[in-house]
Design a protein around this ligand. Structure first.
Ligand code: GUN
Length: 279
């Protein structure tokens, strides 16, 4: 039976380190959290991030905007936050309502406050191996692999999904650690064939039941990034956990796996930003 990777416990450890470091700064770190519209999942995620801030001694400034907010209004808020010295990090929760360009809004965030690591400047720095911030979910996955002493160098890594938030930066970080990385996506012919070769399989697609036992090599490490709802409304990932667990050597559960680590790595990025601003 596989070792279950305890993301919740590791996240608690990371957050207590962040809290200890934050307490040493002359001024409390600050995060501005911007939520546009009433997407229920986003409301839950944002509330969780604000709770984490409180636990870490980070001040959070919430900005709830109506779904009808114009791009000009949102950009004006981002610019105001860029210039606010109490704000070290700016998080605009995605997805945005359809009439707003995520790209335009992300590009407007000052790179030194881009704690999601979504701005092209920070993505570039990360890809060349000279990061300011690390993307939260991929960094959380790397921290879990390291905590459980899972070797990456020379290993066959397969990432399912090519989003800007997870798939692409995940592939970049695994490559930097000398993994041999294949990225599969919606146009991949026979995804299962690639998945079966993986020593480390990371699924970040968002489709319940995508990863079945026949797609997993005996002894593989399986990381499930997805946050889906099953037919009964329960939180689940992409991986058929019950069927895959007996084949894997290590596996992340959903919930309690990657999710808490994403949030812990956000806290770490806010600390990094605050340290930069208060240096
Ligand atoms: N939506 C889903 N994940 C994320 C994230 O990590 N950051 C932001 N800003 N929005 C998200």
């Amino acid at each position: 039976m596989a070792i279950r990777i305890d993301g919740k416990a590791l996240a608690a450890k990371v957050k207590s380190q962040v809290a200890a470091e934050a307490a040493k700064l002359p001024r409390k770190p600050g995060l501005a959290v911007v939520l546009v519209g009433e997407d229920p999942a986003s409301q839950v995620y944002v509330a969780g991030k604000e709770r984490d801030c409180a636990e870490c001694g980070i001040e959070s400034f919430g900005h709830r905007l109506g779904a009808e907010t114009t791009e000009d209004e949102l950009l004006a808020l981002v610019r105001r936050l860029n210039g606010d010295p109490r704000v070290d990090g700016i998080l605009v929760q995605l997805p945005l309502p359809g009439h707003l360009s995520e790209e335009t809004v992300i590009n407007a965030i000052a790179p030194d406050k881009d704690v999601d690591c979504f701005h092209p400047f920070n993505v570039g720095r990360m890809v060349i191996g000279d990061p300011v911030f690390l993307p939260c979910t991929p960094a959380g996955v790397m921290a879990m692999l390291d905590e459980y002493e899972i070797p990456i160098r020379g290993k066959r890594c397969v990432v399912l999904g090519r989003s800007n938030i997870v798939g692409k930066p995940m592939a970049a970080l695994l490559t930097q650690r000398d993994g041999t990385v294949t990225v599969c996506h919606s146009r991949t012919e026979d995804m299962a064939q690639y998945a079966r070769e993986a020593d480390i399989l990371v699924s970040a697609v968002g489709r319940t039941g995508l990863v079945t036992a026949d797609m997993v090599k005996e002894g593989a490490v399986v990381v499930d990034v997805a946050m889906n709802r099953d037919g009964d409304g329960r939180l689940c990932g992409d991986v058929d956990f019950a069927a895959v667990e007996p084949k894997a050597s290590c596996i992340t559960p959903v919930p309690g796996g990657v999710g808490p680590m994403t949030r812990a790595c956000l806290m770490r990025n806010i600390l990094t930003a605050a340290a930069l601003h208060q240096a």
